[in-house]
Design a protein around this ligand. Structure first.
Ligand SMILES: NC(=O)c1ccc[n+]([C@@H]2O[C@H](COP(=O)([O-])OP(=O)(O)OC[C@H]3O[C@@H](n4cnc5c(N)ncnc54)[C@H](OP(=O)(O)O)[C@@H]3O)[C@@H](O)[C@H]2O)c1
Length: 262
């Protein structure tokens, strides 16, 4: 019997709680939030139970932290005694940005910690969650956490030292991708396409291209070459993007996000 609990059921906490509920791998789902009404609505939707932070900390086998980084210390102060008094093992899963494994383990007196970094599309079941775990977490526990998150999209395990670089793509990338979709649509609107259609076509094009790249494993440069017919229209668009520094701008955006992480 596994009890899975979430402390903090905001945007990310609720998205991952939905995935956990969908996985069918949690026998009991406990939901705690500073504003209990939010947890209550989610519990009704998912068939979970509302509780306070202490109950979540006392009863969970897997305990997710979904609070903002600046709220972590205050939240932990309220459950530290409860965690210390436990006799049964608990694995902590923190989605709190910027709190590394060592910091979390120190704050939690050596409890096993998994760090996850979801992105916005997890709410639509097609996100990417980066995962890294301390050595105290067993392979079975890691596999269980992956099972809980599977319905949110891909779960990618990586070394913690690469987490910030990967977050520059998976975490920040949706903003860049959304800007790209918006800009494509603006261009099409300028050429006469209705806004609604322009946005839908742009988003579908991006999704389809990404899906194809993932399914075929083709290099993006090779796909670009295949679309560019000699003397065609696409190569003229590519020339325009190159002249405006498109690829360098995107690379700089990822590096700027990565630098901000430190
Ligand atoms: N948003 C993203 O794209 C993203 C991506 C990766 C990681 N993250 C991380 O995910 C975490 C949550 O982010 P979010 O965007 O989901 O924030 P959010 O929507 O503000 O959710 C935070 C939740 O924590 C609750 N809370 C605050 N203090 C609490 C306490 N002491 N006890 C119980 N609940 C408490 C808040 O309750 P109230 O209802 O009272 O406000 C709120 O529902 C953050 O640490 C963030 O770094 C976010």
């Amino acid at each position: 019997m596994k009890t899975v609990a979430f402390i903090g059921t905001g945007n990310m906490g609720s998205a991952l709680a939905r995935a956990a509920a969908k996985s069918g791998a949690a026998d009991r789902l406990l939901l705690a939030n500073r504003t209990p009404e939010k947890a209550r609505r989610l519990a009704e939707e998912l068939g979970g139970e509302v509780c306070d932070n202490r109950i979540a900390a006392a009863e969970a086998d897997v305990l997710f932290f979904g609070v903002k980084p600046q709220m972590l210390d205050a939240m932990l102060a309220g459950i530290r005694d409860t965690l210390a008094a436990r006799t049964k093992r608990v694995v902590i899963v923190s989605m709190v940005a910027g709190k590394d494994l060592q910091t979390l383990e120190t704050l939690l007196d050596g409890l096993p910690v998994v760090r996850v970094m979801p992105n916005i599309p997890v709410a639509a079941g097609c996100g990417v969650t980066l995962l890294t775990a301390s050595e105290r977490v067993t392979a079975e526990e890691k596999a269980y956490v992956r099972t809980l998150l599977a319905a949110s999209g891909a779960v990618e395990e990586l070394d913690e030292h690469l987490l910030d670089a990967a977050t520059g793509v998976t975490g920040c990338g949706p903003a860049y991708a959304a800007m790209f979709v918006e800009a494509l649509a603006d261009g099409a609107v300028a050429c006469g396409l209705p806004r609604k259609d322009a946005l839908a076509y742009s988003a579908r094009m991006l999704m389809g291209t990404a899906q194809m790249l993932l399914e075929t494993g083709e290099h993006p440069g090779a796909l670009k070459d295949r679309v560019c017919s000699p003397a065609g229209s696409t190569i003229q668009g590519v020339r325009t993007l190159e002249r405006r520094g498109f690829r360098a701008a995107v690379m700089d955006a990822v590096i700027a996000s990565w630098e901000k992480e430190f």
